[in-house]
Structure formats: structure tokens, C-alpha cells
Ligand binder design. Sequence first.
Ligand code: BGC
Length: 402
Amino acid sequence: MKTRCRFLILLLLTLVAFGLSFAARGQARVTKERFGDTLDGKGVDIYTLTNSHGVEARIINYGGIVTSLKVPDRNGKLDDVVLGFDNLDAYLKGRTYLGAIIGRYGNRIAKGRFTLNGVEYKLAVNNGENHLHGGIKGFDKVVWNARVLKVPNGAALELTYLSKDGEEGYPGNLSVKVIYTLTNANELKVDYSATTDKDTVVNLTQHSYFNLAGQGNGDILNHRLFINAARFTPTDAGSIPTGELRRVRGTPFDFTRPTAIGARINQDYDQLKLGKGYDHNFVLNGRMGTLRQAARVYEPTTGRMMEVWTTEPGMQFYTGNFLDGTLTGKDGKVYQQRYGFCLETQHYPDSPNQPSFPTAVLRKGARYHTTTTFRFSTSKSEPPADRGPQAGSPLGVVDAGG
Ligand code: BGC
């Protein structure tokens, strides 16, 4: 009887200890708070997604903006690795797309015009003579409907938006859904889908500016970058692709071996001069539609590493060339030129006017669906880049933090 009793007490204690350790490690969760109101009085909420390792992403339903993303360094210290603002007001005024969902068309459409089914559509022009990132009021400037999703492997937020026929000049009522999932494998996964009631063009992307040393902590020139692309799309002076797919080999655009972002950024090379640094679309290796590695970035002082995986055919690499110290971001940090970099997975710029590029047309009744994953890990030193994967299964996570 006595032994049985002892056994039961022991069992009970073990269960309590197990329960406590599980709770300390934490379960993925989402909390919601009010962030502010738009000028026309729409309430905006901030959702905090936390995974089982304590990695945290904060997202607002204005613009689908990722306002902060806290990931561990090689010693387990969490830092916020994306640029952003502390309050809604700064986002309402901003034109730098910090952390936002971009649509209907991420990147540029020449002269804001394209022809589809024999009809010429005229879009809002907001970048010189061109259309950029969906126009004057793109998806980064609208309030999305938000819903917390229950998922088995992390924390997730679903955002939906109905873009009306004619919005910013685009045809068709476009019903858009973006699902952010912060997985327990320290990935921020972005799933985009859309349907339309009239043929249209769509190209959705995410515009986070990363600094893996922590937001506001200097420029990103020492980050080491690998891009899984043998070619890129050179542009004219207005950043519109010329149609050429230029080989990166022998140019400052060759990131097929990990190289510091700043190593060649000031070279006397036509495309770097035009873009004031890197601001170009890379033609990703491998088959579009399959999730494959697009890029990997390693920050040597913190050991943080970020891999980008995508089903998209292209990726805009932008080095924050137009940040100029006039923006004050979170915690009073001033964002100087090249304090952040963007890796915007996408269809190539100006695809609606370039028949040789993969099409960005979405037909009535068809479904648009793309996926991009930002995967965070740490490493004591920079691992060799796996230049192998043209398509197929993801690489193993190195020293997964947390
Ligand atoms: C574009 C840049 C533009 C920036 C605005 C990038 O996606 O390629 O040219 O200045 O967005 O934040």
C-alpha cells in the first residue's frame, strides 16, 4: 500500500514537473491589442505571434505590416531584425513600405500602362512616369480583415482584403488572402492567394527591411549574401527592365558565392549607378512553383542567418538606397542609407509589358497562390552555401536558435 502511494506521488510530481517545463518553454500563441485608428476612423490592431521558442513577430492589419520580428543571436539573445515604427501615425505618413504587403503589383509597371485582352488599362502613376508597388493607395495603405488561425506548428494570422474593380486602375474585383505563420521551426511563412472575377494582373510581395544585427544598429554592408540566381534583369534609368536577362558571372551581381553586400556596391558598374546600389530583380534558379532556396544572409557579429525560400520566379534585392536619415524608427533609431535590405520575392518587374517574362496574368476563376518563407537560425561561423538546390526539399536548419 505504502509503495503504491509513493509511486502515485512520484508519478504526480513527474507530471507536474513536465507540465511546468512545457509551460516555460511555451506554446505558440497570438495576442491582440489596439494599435491606433486611421484618419477615416478605422481601428487598427497589432497581433503578437509568439512561437514555442519565444521568437516573436508583431503584425498590424494596416498594410499587413510586420512591425517587429525578434529572433535570437548565437547566444540566444533576442533582437528586433526589421525596420519599422512605434506608432500607426508614422506608418500612415510613410512612403518607404517598411514591412508591408505589396499589391496589386509589387515593383514597377512602365508608364502605368498595360494591355490585357485588347484593352489598355491606365494605372496610378506614383514613381516618376511609372507605377510602383500598386499605386498611390496600394495594399500597404489599406486596412485588412484579420483572423487568428489555429495551426499545429506555430502561430498564424490570416489577412483578407477585397480590392474593388478599378482600384488604382486595375481590372476585376480581386479577393486577396495573406496568411502569416510563425512556425516552431523559427520560420516566418507568408502564403499569398487571390481570385478575381475579371482577368487581371497580380504580383504580391512582402517589403520587410532586414538588419540581422538589430534594427537601427548600423548599415547592412557587412552582411554576407548568397543568391541562388545565375541571371538578373538589368533596367533603364527608371528601374524598368530592358528585357535582357544578364548573366551575373563576372559582375558585382554575382552572389552565387556568399559575398559581403558592401564588397562591390560602389563599383563603377552601370547597373549599380542607375539603382544607386542594388535595386534589381534576380532570376531565381530552379522551377517556379516549387519551393526552393532563393537567398541566404549571414551576419557575422551575431551569427544570425536568414534563408529565403520561395515558389516565385524572381526576387528584388534592394539595399535601402533611398533611406537617407530623415526617418526615425523604433526606439528613436535613425535610418540612414543602407540600414536595411529587402529580399522581395516576386514576378519580374513590368511583366505585364514584357511577353518574354513569366506571366503575371490571373484569369477569371483561376487561383493565384505563392509561398515565401523567411527561415531564421544561427551559426558560429558562416556555413558553406549549398549552391545545389535548384528545386526540392529544404536544407537542414543550422543551430536552430531559441
Ligand atoms: C524598390 C525601390 C523603391 C523601394 C521603396 C523597392 O522595392 O525596388 O526602387 O525605392 O522599394 O521602398
